[in-house]
Write a protein that binds this ligand. Structure first.
Ligand SMILES: Nc1nc2c(ncn2[C@@H]2O[C@H](COP(=O)(O)OP(=O)(O)O)[C@@H](O)[C@H]2O)c(=O)[nH]1
Ligand SMILES: [Mg+2]
Length: 318
């Protein structure tokens, strides 16, 4: 099959070829680049929603409910479960698959787990490329579940059109989460497991924190209480998401977000490409280890070492 045929099958929505493409992206297969060039030009777009929160907060349960809500309004929905700590044999991902089986029989839903530990382009970059494939395949909505609240997850959430942060009452990790800088990127706060005590208290904490530092762009992040196991509050969350989307469309926020995202992404891609070209030829031959030893012994300094490395790399390219 040619790359062109592969791209055509993706655009026809064929799940096997979508899966192959995402696997190629995950593993850094060079064939993914010409493929991505073709599918990007399909021009199709999806609403991308990032769902972030601590392990066990109820992200998968909520994502399943949310997907069902989008399906009920006829929208083709994809779910990307991104977990950098999982290998393919990881139990969490297997569990998610079983849980999402109810949705899996619906051909309007595409579900995919991604484990991108050690991926050359980074987690955010691989996720972004996967979204490009899903958009070309005709998804109207892409829901990205990211585990944890680390740097990589913040990056993933920033690529999303809307960032949803899941908190749980009484977990005692709210303050941690706020510290990690996730507070600033959340467009919508969800207090999941509101059937437990402490939901009102947490709502009050979030609301007062938001009133102390209102956002520059004029959006006031709503706080939605949900019980994902029963579906309570999912309509309210959907309403909040639709509201954010229309806010982005009628104010400069949507365009400025997108501009910022592409700017970062292009510079990041260029940085990696330049590094691979200049440093790539040197990394294999033990030269770096020699320089490390030289620096450790203070026989040279890291500044001169890098100057020499770049010079050598450029020379080796002729
Ligand atoms: N009581 C209660 N349990 C929930 C709720 N949402 C999810 N759970 C449970 O919390 C556990 C973790 O949920 P899961 O969706 O796997 O969390 P994730 O790790 O964030 O994806 C599961 O046992 C869910 O059934 C909720 O709103 N209330
Ligand atoms: Mg999960």
């Amino acid at each position: 099959m040619t790359i062109e045929e592969w791209a055509e099958r993706i655009q026809a929505g064929d799940p096997r070829n979508i899966a192959r493409a995402i696997t190629a992206i995950e593993s850094g297969d060079p064939a993914s680049i010409p493929l991505l060039k073709l599918v990007f030009r399909s021009g199709r777009r999806a609403a991308v929603v990032g769902i972030t929160g601590a392990p066990g907060a109820g992200k998968s349960t909520l994502v399943e409910r949310l997907a069902a809500s989008y399906r009920a309004t006829g929208l083709r929905t994809s779910i990307l479960a991104v977990d950098p700590t999982s290998s393919f044999t990881g139990g969490a991902i297997l569990g998610d698959r079983v849980r999402m089986q109810r949705l899996a029989t619906d051909t309007g839903v595409y579900i995919r787990s991604m484990a991108t530990r050690g991926h050359w382009g980074g987690l955010a970059s691989a996720t972004y490329d996967a979204v490009t494939v899903l958009e070309a395949a005709g998804s109207d909505v892409v829901l990205i579940e990211t585990v944890g609240v680390g740097q990589g997850e913040i990056e993933v959430a920033r690529l999303a059109g809307a960032a949803v942060l899941l908190l749980v009452p009484g977990m005692g990790d709210e303050v941690q989460t706020f510290k990690a800088g996730v507070m600033e990127i959340a467009d919508i706060f969800v207090i999941n497991k509101s059937d437990r005590g402490g939901a009102n208290r947490l709502e009050h904490d979030i609301t007062s924190m938001l009133s102390v530092s209102p956002r520059q762009d004029g959006w006031q992040p709503p706080v939605v209480k949900t019980v994902s196991t029963t579906g309570e509050g999912i309509d309210a969350l959907r309403h909040a998401l639709d509201g954010f989307q229309s806010f982005c469309a009628r104010t400069p926020l949507g365009k400025s977000r997108e501009r910022e995202k592409w700017r970062e992404r292009l510079l990041d891609m260029a940085r990696r490409d330049l590094f691979a070209r200049v440093a790539g030829p040197l990394l294999g031959d033990g030269w770096v280890d020699e320089v490390v030893a030289e620096v450790m012994a203070r026989r040279t300094d890291p500044y001169s070492a890098v100057e020499e490395m770049v010079k050598k790399g450029l020379e080796s390219r002729g």
